[in-house]
Design a protein around this ligand. Structure first.
Ligand SMILES: Cc1ncc(COP(=O)(O)O)c(C=O)c1O
Length: 394
């Protein structure tokens, strides 16, 4: 990879060490330029007129996302964030009393709450797939659970918001397919970080966001729905873009994945999402993933040498999200200390309530999250580690 070029494309690295790519990564110049150019177009021409002028560029956004995850453009809906994209898929599923959802203990609260809501409203059952001894879900346990005919859905994140393992999604997908069970993949932390090919994974639905490892603008995300499933799923919300009136008494829903969209959206950010997908593809998904794993591995090794610091990541395969705790200093204070360094260092804090099942099981109230991207460097890792080693312990 051409790291110098990656950094030249990311001007903020001059004054910032940004290890919060799992929160929102730094946008490359190409993405910023695309968004700003469209805002200027809107100011010059009018919002509707600017969108009309960019209609083929807007169609290309679906092609770019399709290339990113190996899907067809008509299997993609562009939606304002991963949560809403995921919701649109989840709430369209015809889940009934007694149906079982299988999830992981790393499930994100934003997804777990809807499970609980349907448990209350429709009496569905939630079962958490046990982990194996390395901390990722146990494939043999999943296989056994899938023998229960009541299982209607497997739904989990490939990478959790609080780090931990990269789940073996291709094996999970194969098991779900073999059992005839739908698989909804939360790829929010995965897309842009690692190659995700929906044909290989075999997921029926996938939700992702723009601003994290994909390096797109905020307030954007997308949903993938497999073509053969799409027309059987009726969105919980419809508008005049997802459907059209046929007579004063009847409507028809569009046939492609855009039935999960709504009409009004941030057009500049949508174009920015397309530019981010193109940028990631141009860098190469596999080389970026290799570099992210290399940097994260190096960071974990260095952190483990600092007295009082414990690296908290589990899993046979680990991602670019590195989590740690300090035995005397709480995570918010660690985050603040790093932010006050001469060259500001951005890390974040992942709290108990975002991934409650996992944090409860491990007895962790919070962890610091240092999430690295391909544009980060070994020198930045050394600066972070040295700042942590200098941290005053009260
Ligand atoms: C694993 C996971 N899923 C879903 C989300 C929600 O994404 P968004 O904020 O774009 O809705 C997040 C955000 O942190 C996440 O980490």
């Amino acid at each position: 990879m051409n790291i110098e070029q990656l950094r030249a494309d990311t001007p903020a690295v001059e004054h910032l060490i940004h290890f919060n790519n799992a929160g929102a990564a730094l946008m490359p110049r190409a993405v910023v330029d695309t968004v700003v150019a469209h805002l200027q177009r809107e100011a010059r021409l009018g919002g509707y007129e600017a969108a009309a002028q960019q209609s083929s560029a807007l169609d290309n956004v679906y092609r770019s996302i399709g290339r990113l995850i190996n899907a067809q453009p008509d299997e993609i809906a562009v939606i304002e964030n991963a949560t809403r994209a995921w919701d649109m898929a989840f709430y369209s599923l015809p889940l009934r009393a007694g149906d079982v959802i299988l999830t992981s203990n790393t499930e994100y609260a934003g997804n777990y709450i809807p499970y609980l809501q349907l448990k209350q409203q429709r009496d569905i059952e939630i079962q958490v797939i046990p982990n194996d001894d390395q901390g990722q879900i146990s494939l043999s346990a999943l296989k056994a659970l899938l023998e229960d005919e009541r299982v209607a859905l497997v739904s989990l994140p490939v990478i959790a918001t609080n780090g931990g393992p990269v789940q073996p999604i291709e094996q999970i997908g194969a098991l779900a397919r073999a059992a005839g069970v739908l698989f909804l993949l939360d790829a929010c932390q995965g897309v842009g970080q690692m190659p995700i090919d929906v044909q290989k994974v075999g997921c029926h639905m996938l939700a992702a966001t723009s601003r994290k490892y994909l390096r797109g603008p905020r307030g954007m995300g997308f949903l993938y729905i497999e073509n053969s499933l799409c027309q059987n799923l009726e969105p919980a919300f419809l508008d005049l873009h997802a459907a059209s009136l046929q007579t004063p008494d009847s409507f028809s829903i569009r046939g492609d994945a855009r039935r999960f969209e709504n009409w009004e959206c941030n057009v500049a950010a949508k174009l920015g999402l397309g530019a981010a997908a193109d940028y990631a593809l141009a860098q190469g998904l596999e080389p970026m993933w290799q570099r992210i794993q290399h940097l994260a591995g190096h960071l974990r090794e260095c952190l483990a040498l600092i007295p009082g610091v414990t690296v908290q990541d589990l899993g046979a395969l680990k991602s670019g999200i590195v989590t740690f705790t300090h035995h005397r200093i709480n995570s918010m204070q660690v985050q603040q200390w790093l932010a006050t360094q001469a060259q500001r260092i951005n890390v974040s804090t992942s709290t108990f309530s975002s991934t409650m099942l996992d944090m409860q099981q491990r007895g962790l109230p919070a962890v610091n999250r240092a999430s690295v991207h391909a544009y980060n460097t070994e020198a930045e890792i050394e600066a972070v580690v040295s700042a942590l080693a200098r941290m005053p312990v009260a």
